[in-house]
Design a binder for this molecule. Sequence first.
Ligand code: NAD
Length: 321
Amino acid sequence: MTIVPEGLIPDLLTREASFEAVEKVFAAMAAGEAYNFPVVREAIGHEDALYGFKGGFDRTGQVLGLKAGGYWPHNLEKQGVINHQSTVFLFDPDSGRVKAMVGGNYLTALRTAAASSVSIRHLARKDAKVLGMIGAGHQATFQLRAALETHAFEKVIGWNLHPEMLPNLAKVAEEAGLAFEAVELTGMTEADVIITITSSFAPSLLAEHVSPGTHVACMGTDTKGKQEVEAALLARATVFCDEVAQSVSIGEAQHAVAEGLLAEADVVQLGAVINKSHAGRTSDAEITLFDGTGVGLQDLAVSAAIVEVAKNNGSAITVPL
Ligand code: NAD
């Protein structure tokens, strides 16, 4: 069994490799070659923790496994470790024997950022210049770095409910040599691409804040009740997602579907665009919206890539079973 500890992963995993792994597994999902198992998420009645499992099987990549973990809200103050904690386990699909254990914290941020980047590559207008960010927390900096590496943006604008966090975004933009401007939500009409990555339970971005032709990647809503954008925006947009079942139940689309503004059948898997079985964006005026809820197969695909690199460069720890 191969062990790749959390501390090694930032040196092993590149944004490029995460992008490739996520793009490939989205394509496999849309082709019916990979599927996610139902998500388990439980309040365990201890330390106010939410704990659960996301798993799946990718026949194309021969990757089987699960990510176990969740959210411990008091970790930072009590234990000095981050509140989100997870670990990935990979199994041999031929025998069921455990193959690898991989730290899941850093890779979760990279695989989430990779998903919005894959959506930008396949759905944003090629002439997109201004990137709008809504959210400025931990995930937002990963999202921003990945988006700037994926597309040649010329300017970054940002809004956050807590404006004192905006320097997190400014720093990343400046590192990439781009100007950063803090704006009101009404200023988001300047953006050609908008990424939302907050933990909000009420919409911040309204339909009137989004110009025709914009691509919106909604990345923060991953639980029932969370909401970042007005349901009316989904009614105006062509809606894509990582997985339809998650999008309409725990993603941004849950609200538009519940309000009768969007039908489940109208939500398209991004993998279908990657596979070219769906045209994707069809005009410069169309608003495209990606509902990225985060699927277990993303974690497994990126973990399998990490294990390969760690084995090849000798940094993996191997233990007998
Ligand atoms: P964080 O705590 O570091 O940052 C939270 C962000 O949300 C901050 O910008 C904060 O100002 C903003 N915010 C908080 N309350 C708000 C409100 N009521 N209205 C508007 N904004 C508000 O969290 P993070 O680690 O950056 O995670 C952000 C979100 O992304 C969380 O909801 C998390 O569950 C989700 N997430 C999604 C995926 C996925 O695959 N889709 C993966 C990881 C995390």
